[in-house]
Design a protein around this ligand. Structure first.
Ligand SMILES: [Zn+2]
Length: 120
């Protein structure tokens, strides 16, 4: 069963965006369009990173156990089915310069010890 989008997270992000921009605007009644745009972009970039993270996790969907029911990942060196190890977080940077952390399964070959992230 694929992971679905985190609805409460999305609601929370959009509410925070609305609330914080409303507050900022009331405190900066004389802000220029450029200043407003800069504030909005900074908030959007933060929300965007969280949304992107949630979307990426939802679209890659399956844990390795789920994928393994269809096809067991094998060692590229010797062809032995891999043992799944803990997920390793990967940290990426979005276009907005926000950090994004993704978890993905990591496999180790029980025969030759090669490790790899299976392609998704
Ligand atoms: Zn191997």
């Amino acid at each position: 069963m694929a992971r679905t989008l985190n609805d409460s997270l999305w609601r929370q992000l959009t509410e925070e965006l609305t609330t914080s921009m409303r507050e900022w605007r009331s405190l900066h009644p004389k802000a220029t369009l450029r200043e407003i745009e800069t504030e909005l972009d900074a908030r959007l970039a933060r929300a965007r990173a969280r949304m992107l993270e949630d979307l990426a996790l939802a679209s890659t969907a399956a844990t390795w156990q789920e994928a393994a029911r269809l096809q067991t990942p094998t060692c590229p060196e010797c062809g032995t089915p891999l043992d799944e190890r803990d997920t390793h977080p990967r940290t990426l940077l979005t276009h907005g310069g926000q950090e994004l952390t993704l978890e993905r399964s990591y496999g180790v070959c029980p025969e030759c010890g090669s490790g790899l992230f299976p392609p998704r």
